[in-house]
Design a protein around this ligand. Sequence first.
Ligand code: AMP
Ligand code: ZN
Length: 469
Amino acid sequence: MQLYNSLTRKKEELVALEPDKVKIYTCGPTVYNYAHIGNLRTYIFADVLKRSLEFEGYDVTQVMNVTDVGHLTSDDDLGEDKMEAGARREGKSIWDIARFYEEAFFNDAEALNILRPSIVARATEHVPTMIELVLRLQERDYAYETDQAVYFDVSKFPDYTKLAGQALEEQIIGARAEVQVDQEKKNPADFALWFKAVGRFANHLMQWDSPWGKGFPGWHIECSAMSMRYLGETFDIHTGGVDHIPVHHTNEIAQSEAATGKQFARYWLHAEFLIVGGGEKMAKSAGEFLRLQSITDRGYDPLDYRFLCLQVHYRSKLTFTWEALDGAKAGYRRLKSFIDQASRAGGTEQPWMQEYRERFREEVLDDLNMPRAMAVMWEMIREANTRRELGVLNLLYDFDQVLGLKLSEAAASAEERELEPEYAALIVEREKARAQKDWTRADEIRRELATVGIAIEDRPEGTVWRRTD
Ligand code: AMP
Ligand code: ZN
């Protein structure tokens, strides 16, 4: 499988650390609000990655974190904790907020047929592991303590900018542009590993005892600690959205590799942003945003949205418009109706279909090219229709292991497929009439069946029927 690795900026052959096993860490949601459809796009991408690896026969372990503490309103250690802001906004306890939005997130994920990760790790339940990692960094002289926090010293880690590929000066513009909160910071790009419950955080609602007094972990250390805890110090793939490249993932690499002296994740995969018409990026903190519910409220199926996401490569921006969603809905409906029809018609796999299996797989292997894989699928459906050989269902269900569109649910149920005995008898009678070239009677029966919602079609392999209502 070829995957585009943000670290090397090229497509690379995936070579798993252990044969046949792939370990993935997926940066999970910060549970202070609903996920917006942009966030969900990134998780659909991670799901397609996981499904594609399983399709290829890998045994996949996927860990996803739930950030329920420490993610500040700015990625650069500025602002307040997003969880606290959420609790204040809704007048609820921070714990209620965390559990409520975590559940909402996994409900959305389920509606989108996103497979549940093997392990879901809440930050608040892994604080001792984080403290241990910070201590390790202190021992190795990569971390220093001030009155306000414990920081990572980026000047000690020469490869700090390797993921973003920018000069450090460019990378820290964000940090410099705003007030530098802690005067004791050695370098503007140094980031907090641990925040002390002092100053602006004196009343922080979530506090743990630590060697540096009461406080709470920084967002970046959470992901380093939890990923290494479950996947080992070096693992295969790390995923997230492109916004994580310059700060969050850059910091994760620095902390982890400084602590272990080993490579952290080997392949870094990033999903491009979803933008809403007009070029705006969709940000939860900006207040107004579209979530899955906004889509279902308008009568769409969550999987219409999944279908839309599959039509755009994960490394391209996806411009969301309602027209585009209408298009996806129509396409998805066409696909399901073909499956329904094919399941009634029956038919077996034909040699010509094999080529499509190969071509579909090639597109999956080429950096998860879903738009092209879908095009291969449509081409196969067209050919099946032209040849009137509809035995492609098993192939479509195989493809669906990757697509995740619940295609097998679109097939007519066995019950629906069974024809009432009196209509079945009519079809048999019609076949006899045709054999005797009694076209009048054959047409009469066709019309009679049409009035009860059964359409028939004469195929080389016999007469097939389908319900029209
Ligand atoms: P958060 O809950 O803010 O930590 O974000 C969850 C995930 O969504 C992260 O992987 C982000 O990179 C990703 N993300 C944030 N905004 C967008 C967007 N507009 N389009 C796609 N992914 C996004
Ligand atoms: Zn993360």
